[in-house]
Design a protein around this ligand. Structure first.
Ligand code: ADP
Ligand code: MG
Length: 521
């Protein structure tokens, strides 16, 4: 390879930058709809074809653009939303980087028809090159057509997901935006089928139009939201929508606080459904305003947590019949039912005396990665093999997921690996080109060891193999207590004596065998 340095053409630079903003059709839709909202639109109509790869068309009745602005809007770092650094502090628009339209037009065939109410302009762009600029008739507002997305980035196109998945991503993106802007009228068509149509309405009705009935209302200074019924909690977070200052945000901290507010109404491993809108003074929150990142940092995590927990808990108090009912005393004599408690967690005093007493188990020491345990006889447990088996079980059963306080970021080159991880129960999502955020991990997979797990997955591509390779690679140093807990968890696995390659996970050394050892026979 020759060492000569060349300056990249503007076209190539824009294509590279496009990767940051334009990840898939859903991200194009998000950027364009946010532009329409920033333009003050009261009506936004969206059409997609072929999951958005063939066509994305968005029309709005916003402020539109004159000819000069229309041309500028397609250039990188051209924005009408900030002028100086200090404007950044007082940002109230969704966009501000001036990158989206340039990026989208760099990787598609884009047509822009816009009018500021005085002049109408029609611009055609292909792969970032302006082909024509002509006057056109249009009412005030903007129409943008994006065709053949990634036509000039074959590598990206090859890795696109199926049309059905892309369409689902667009629908989810639109639904999320629609939730947050109840005064705007929206419609979405996919391949000419009407997917969604809503008219300006009050917030509660908008949320229920998108997410269905939600019986509990959270209301207070700086907070508004609806909560799903505890018994309808899900096993994943798909029913959770959080907005901070109108932006859709992912915050494990708030998700945990909401769950804490549900208290014992909800099972340990269930995720409550909610749509929650927080209004937080800009100085108390850092909305990490990278286009793809939806994380936030709060000035005071504890304060936010307690506030959300309290307000959610209050929503239930307000809704319970006894709180305001004149029949309170009579009603209160009805025992409170915990709707979603798994049977095993409901204390049953009558049965307790029949429960078998736990076997006496005394952890003695850990030697060479093995736990020595006294339980009538001596048991030797290979901790790495036990670790692999227990981890594999929690992945297969999708249980014992622990929400990480801060999502973990990891680089993943291969798209299909992320899908496999998701299928294997790892709660992760794309947040950028080749970058994923992991929101929750099973109990026996440490966040700090996730890169090792990822590597093991790459090599094995299935749960048993990956768990085995991972446990062997990290050789986790367990404390005696942890080792004992692992042993107890191992007992819960249906096959717990040999690992999948046929090796013993644990063995018993009888008193006789010890004696024979001493006698040397
Ligand atoms: P940003 O939103 O970060 O400013 P974009 O590349 O998304 O950057 O848009 C560039 C500019 O184009 C915006 O600042 C805005 O002035 C203009 N623009 C884009 N879409 C619209 C629209 N639908 N209506 C009116 N103006 C728009
Ligand atoms: Mg924008």
């Amino acid at each position: 390879m020759s060492q000569k340095i060349i300056r990249l053409s503007e076209e190539v630079i824009n294509q590279i930058a496009a990767g940051e903003v334009v990840e898939n059709p859903a991200s194009v839709v998000k950027e364009m709809v946010e532009n329409s909202l920033d333009a003050g639109a009261s009506r936004i109509d969206i059409w997609i074809e072929g999951g958005g790869v063939d066509l994305i068309r968005i029309e709005d009745d916003g402020c539109g653009m004159g000819k000069e602005d229309a041309l500028l809007s397609l250039e990188r770092h051209a924005t009408s939303k900030i002028k100086t650094e200090s404007d950044l502090q007082e940002l109230c628009t969704l966009g501000f980087r001036g990158e989206a339209l340039a990026a989208i037009s760099a990787v598609s065939c884009l047509e822009l028809k816009t009018s500021d109410g005085k002049e109408g302009t029609h611009i055609k762009v292909e792969g970032g090159k302006v082909l024509s600029i002509t006057p056109c008739a249009r009412n005030k507002g903007t129409s943008i057509y994006v065709r053949s997305l990634f036509f000039n980035v074959p590598a990206r196109k090859k890795f696109m997901k199926s049309v059905a998945v892309l369409r689902a991503q667009v629908i989810r993106t639109v639904e999320t935006i629609v939730l947050a802007h109840s005064t705007v009228r929206f419609s979405l068509y996919a391949d000419e089928n009407l997917i969604l149509e809503v008219f300006a309405e009050e917030k509660k009705r908008r949320i229920e139009a998108i997410l269905g009935t939600m019986p509990h209302i959270v209301q207070g200074d700086g907070i508004f939201g609806l909560l799903g019924a505890p018994e309808e909690a899900k096993l994943n977070r798909r029913g959770q929508y959080l907005f901070i200052n109108q932006r859709p945000i992912v915050s494990p901290l708030i998700a945990k606080a909401v769950k804490a507010g549900f208290g014992t109404r909800i099972a340990e491993d269930a995720y409550p459904s909610f749509a929650l809108f927080l209004t937080v003074p800009p100085e108390e929150v850092d909305v990490n305003v990278h286009p793809q990142k939806r994380e936030v940092r709060f000035l005071d995590d504890g304060k936010m947590f307690r506030f959300c927990e309290k307000m959610v808990a209050k929503a239930f108090d307000q809704n319970t019949v006894f709180a305001s009912s004149p029949f309170a005393l009579q009603e209160e004599t009805v025992p409170y039912q915990m709707p979603f408690m798994p049977q095993a967690m409901i204390p049953s005093f009558a049965e307790e005396t029949f429960l078998p007493l736990p076997k006496m188990e005394k952890p003695l020491a850990i030697i060479e990665g093995c736990l020595l345990l006294l339980q009538e006889e001596l048991i030797i447990v290979d901790l790495a093999l036990a670790h692999a088996r227990v981890l594999a079980k929690s992945l297969k059963d999708k249980v014992q997921m622990q929400t990480l306080l801060w999502p973990l970021e990891a680089i993943v080159e291969e798209e299909e690996i992320v899908e496999e991880l998701q299928e294997a129960g790892i709660d992760c999502r794309w947040i950028g080109k080749k970058t994923i955020a992991v929101d929750a991990l099973p109990a026996f997979l440490d966040a700090s060891d996730f890169p090792a797990f990822l590597q093991s997955w790459r090599e094995e591509r299935r749960i048993d193999g990956a768990a085995f390779r991972y446990a062997k690679a990290v050789k986790k140093r367990f404390s005696l207590d942890e080792a004992l807990f692992l042993w107890q968890e191992l007992q819960k696995c249906s096959e717990n004596s040999v690992d999948f390659s046929g090796k013993n996970i644990w063995t018993v050394v009888s008193g006789k065998a010890v004696k024979r050892l001493l006698e040397g026979v």
